[in-house]
Design a protein around this ligand. Structure first.
Ligand code: ZN
Length: 151
């Protein structure tokens, strides 16, 4: 599956940035998916400020300010910010929460690999579950990917 036809998952900051830049390789969800391969990471408009200390403790690194161009695309909001590969999923009852320091109990653990941050955030409104970006967002994504190939 090509990246521009991949589905998107909306994730609130600081989790989206943690997936792309802080080594968060497990996404915790209350539901499972059969989707595999590329998964676009969309940073929601809403923030989860209460999670910042947890992310900083787990990553042993500071979380930069959200939505500040100097922080990089990974920390933008209300935008597609990068892509990962969804390799597999398993339930917390299978790993007993020991698969990753990012794993949470009673959740499905989505195993993410190969995180790549886009050059620029692509504005998009988030949705629940897996969703397909609209035409404008997919066109912007295709442009960025073409540029990356030409470089
Ligand atoms: Zn696990």
């Amino acid at each position: 599956m090509s990246i521009q036809s991949a589905p998107a998952l909306s994730v609130r900051q600081p989790w989206a940035g943690a997936i792309l830049t802080l080594g968060k390789t497990i996404e915790n969800r209350g539901w499972d998916t059969s989707h595999r391969s590329h998964l676009l990471i969309h940073a929601s408009k809403g923030l989860e400020l209460g999670a910042v200390p947890l992310v900083e403790d787990t990553a042993d690194r500071a979380v930069p300010p959200f939505d500040n161009p100097k922080s990089g695309t990974a920390w933008a909001t209300a935008a597609l910010v990068g892509v990962v590969s969804l390799r597999a999923t398993h339930h917390a009852s299978d790993c007993r929460g020991k698969c990753s320091p990012w794993a949470m109990p009673d959740q499905w653990h989505w195993e993410l690999t190969n995180p790549r941050t886009f050059d620029e955030p692509i504005p998009a409104v988030g949705r629940l579950k897996l969703w397909r970006p609209d035409y404008d967002a997919r066109r912007a994504l295709r442009k960025q990917l073409q540029k990356a190939v030409e470089l």
